[in-house]
Ligand binder design. Sequence first.
Ligand SMILES: [Zn+2]
Ligand SMILES: [Zn+2]
Ligand SMILES: [Zn+2]
Length: 283
Amino acid sequence: MMKITFLGTAAATAMPLPFCDCMVCKMSRKLKGKNIRKRSSVAINNDLLIDLGPDSAIACIEYDINLSKIKYILQTHAHSDHFDAGHLVTRHLDYASENIKSITLVSSPDTMKALNRKIQNEDSKVDIFNEECQRELAVSLNIISHKEAIILGDYKISAFESLHDVSEQSLIYLIENKGKTILYGTDLLEISEEVYSLLKGHFIDIMILDQTYGAGYNAGGHLDAEQVIEIINRMKEMNIINENSQIFATHISHEGNSIHEVMEEVASQNFYNVAYDGCIIEI
Ligand SMILES: [Zn+2]
Ligand SMILES: [Zn+2]
Ligand SMILES: [Zn+2]
């Protein structure tokens, strides 16, 4: 069995936005529950984390994921809502962390450089490309590019371009474990024709997609609700997903989206669900 825990389901701004008084943020402050969203990240089983974001550490405590047991961290890219260097540097001896177990950090080559810049801003003596620093942090690097796959323990990880931040070679990941397959698709500008052709022949049990924006409201860089539906339809036609697949929207911003209940109602009419913080799926 594979377990997915949504640690956060918001875009960069979190939900509600700290200073925003739009209807969605107003309602989310009032209703709380599924309307309070931390910055996007997920845990798979108890040993794999996708995106060490700013809210991931506190979310792990809330949802019973022990970060000290995490063996693999996949970074989609290095934007501040997906990576908080402050969390990583606490692995260093200087912070008196005890019994640190080694982790493998996975990203594209340019994302790894961007992660290192953020780490060096946080702590100038840490350089993750330096072997001695890697030993001190107990971190090993596994650099992966678009179209490549790697094996990490029981997992097969395949990387695909997300086109969200080309300068960082941002990636989305296909994760295969115990006969099941998950696509973690945020942050995502579009699924390119090449990625569709590479996914052909795969069957995805759980597909998680970027829905930063609501229908008719795309400010760029991400998918909106209409594009999520288009991708679902195309994937169905290509037999990459079927009625047994579970599809979730994540990375939700207030822009054109709504409160969880309303989003969920619209989504369920279109063959998908809207993830919320603390949502756990077992397959
Ligand atoms: Zn993001
Ligand atoms: Zn707002
Ligand atoms: Zn981003």
